[in-house]
Design a protein around this ligand. Structure first.
Ligand SMILES: CC(C)(COP(=O)(O)OP(=O)(O)OC[C@H]1O[C@@H](n2cnc3c(N)ncnc32)[C@H](O)[C@@H]1OP(=O)(O)O)[C@@H](O)C(=O)NCCC(=O)NCCS
Length: 163
């Protein structure tokens, strides 16, 4: 049985209180063009159209004045959540919106979720710092998991426990 994030709720309303022009919600099909454009700008290996189309039910967006400035793909399976993708538009980066988006996701977890997992390139120091700030810790690694310009790169597996 598929599960969904519980949005909006009082905690997400509180997080967005300082940002009256922003919204956090599940994506609609009509959002995909904007999301895919940001993906092209932010990822060296962008997700394919097919992957996005298959993930539409797990795709969250954060908007500012109705424009999408960031998105995330979050899968909920039984007691576990997985972050499959997160990005903020380059023009909106380094203003706290990545942290806000992840905090909104965390505050929307259904009560059944016990652990939240993600994988990140070892070289993506900025993303790793963001995850650490929000309580994720390294629990493992995967050797040669990602492609990069020079061959392959390890993945760090991180988790956040105890919802
Ligand atoms: C990783 C990513 C999602 C972070 O998003 P972001 O909105 O830039 O993140 P934040 O603004 O919350 O934090 C980034 C930095 O800005 C700083 N910052 C936060 N609020 C700020 C503000 N108001 N003014 C200035 N700087 C600020 C943070 O302290 C942080 O500094 P650090 O990187 O030195 O730790 C974004 O860089 C991105 O889309 N990257 C490409 C895709 C990617 O790598 N995704 C993760 C794959 S696992």
């Amino acid at each position: 049985m598929s599960q969904f994030l519980a949005i909006p709720n009082t905690a997400t309303d509180a997080l967005l209180e300082q940002h009256p022009d922003m919204d956090f919600r599940y994506a609609k099909n009509s959002d995909l063009t904007e999301v895919k454009a940001i993906e092209q700008l932010t990822s060296p290996y962008p997700w394919s159209d097919q992957l996005f189309d298959e993930s539409i039910n797990k795709l969250l967006v954060i908007t500012q004045k109705q424009d999408i400035i960031g998105y995330a793909v979050v899968a909920l399976v039984a007691q576990q959540a997985e972050l499959h993708l997160i990005a903020i538009h380059p023009k909106a980066q380094s203003q706290g919106y990545g942290q806000l988006l992840l905090a909104l996701i965390i505050e929307s977890m259904p009560a059944s979720i016990e652990s939240f997992f993600l994988e990140v390139r070892v070289s993506n120091c900025r993303a790793i710092r963001l995850y650490q700030r929000l309580g994720f810790v390294q629990i493992g690694e995967r050797k040669d998991y990602y492609r990069n310009g020079m061959g392959t790169e390890d993945a760090i597996i991180m988790a956040r426990e105890n919802y």
